[in-house]
Design a protein around this ligand. Structure first.
Ligand code: SAM
Length: 294
């Protein structure tokens, strides 16, 4: 089989099985054969070794059983870095880059290279938020301490591997956001960031089949989806520095929120005495980040 025939076969197989996103095929070919879209045009007559054809057919068969592509490939890129993923950990989403960019911009405006900055990533999963923040911010801040707290032992395995493959110095904490706030001193963090579980419990059963293969614990935000926002705000607000970095600003608590949760999360922050509220929109103009400063 040549490359052009293989590509066509895979696209037709996807369509027959109602997998709508055929652009995934290009990702599979890139991953297995190292080829890009140009090669697909220029090298379409290139004969593909049968072992490679079999490997690709195995992958597309798993896809029709709704196994997320990211779990099959075992690796996924987030903001330019590679993260090891698989059953037991949430796959990093493009949406989360709005949160990471927000934190980078807020801190970059405030810091001088000689400052020491402490950041906590709560509900860290693969560690994508903590590790990308570190990789960018270490270029601006000499002393940066990033903590990544996660409860699931399976997710911590991925977090540990991702720390290694990205040569990161983040500090991994195995803990529960509802309990382990006591382990940290008050007035300590310049920024606490979190993409917590935020789906309403009853809505989980209606999610896309692929998403339902991701851990329940990474999705379930309780009856109204807001359990983590309420509890993180309640338990962790006092851990933020009062006069952070430049003495003019206080520490910031920054959340990723579901597409319809922004106003509720703003209300939670206001109820806990946050004075300055920030909201950041994604490319579809939906507020995906709500943050507060005391
Ligand atoms: C929505 S995922 C986000 C993962 C990662 N931050 C990201 O953006 O891809 C939420 C994470 O919170 C973790 N989690 C759930 N309950 C927790 C708790 N009580 N304490 C700490 N982590 C928790 C889950 O295991 C999951 O990894």
């Amino acid at each position: 089989m040549n490359l052009g025939e293989l590509y066509k076969f895979c696209c037709e197989y996807y369509k027959e099985h109602n997998i709508l996103d055929v652009s995934e095929i290009k990702i599979i070919l890139k991953y297995t054969l190292g080829i890009n879209t140009n090669d697909l045009i220029l090298d379409k007559n290139k004969i593909i070794n049968q072992d490679k054809v079999n490997e690709i057919l195995e992958i597309i068969k798993l896809r029709i059983n709704n196994v997320p592509l990211q779990y099959i490939l075992k690796s996924w890129e987030f903001m330019g870095l590679d993260f090891c993923v698989g059953p037991g950990v949430l796959i990093p989403r493009e949406d989360t880059s709005v949160l990471v960019d927000f934190v980078i911009n807020v801190l970059k405006k405030r810091v001088k290279p000689e400052n020491t900055v402490n950041i906590m990533d709560l509900c860290s999963g693969t560690g994508c938020v903590a590790i990308v923040l570190e990789s960018v911010l270490k270029n601006y801040i000499k002393n940066i301490n990033i903590y990544a707290l996660e409860k699931s032992s399976k997710a911590i395995e991925y977090l540990t591997k991702n720390k290694q493959i990205n040569n990161s110095n983040i500090k991994i904490i195995s803990g529960d956001v509802f309990i382990d706030h006591n382990e940290f001193p008050d007035n300590f963090f310049d920024c606490i960031v979190s993409n917590p579980p935020y789906i309403k419990t009853r809505d989980i059963q209606n999610l896309q089949k692929e998403v339902q293969q991701e851990p329940f614990m990474a999705l379930d935000g309780g009856p109204d989806g807001l359990d983590f926002y309420r509890n993180i705000t309640k338990f962790w607000s006092k851990k933020l520095k009062k006069h952070s970095i430049n003495n003019k600003n206080n520490g910031v608590l920054a959340f990723e929120v579901g597409y319809d949760q922004a106003e509720y999360v703003e209300e939670i922050l206001l109820n806990f005495d946050f004075k300055k509220i920030y909201a950041e929109r994604d490319i579809n103009n939906i507020v995906r980040v709500v943050a507060g400063e005391m």
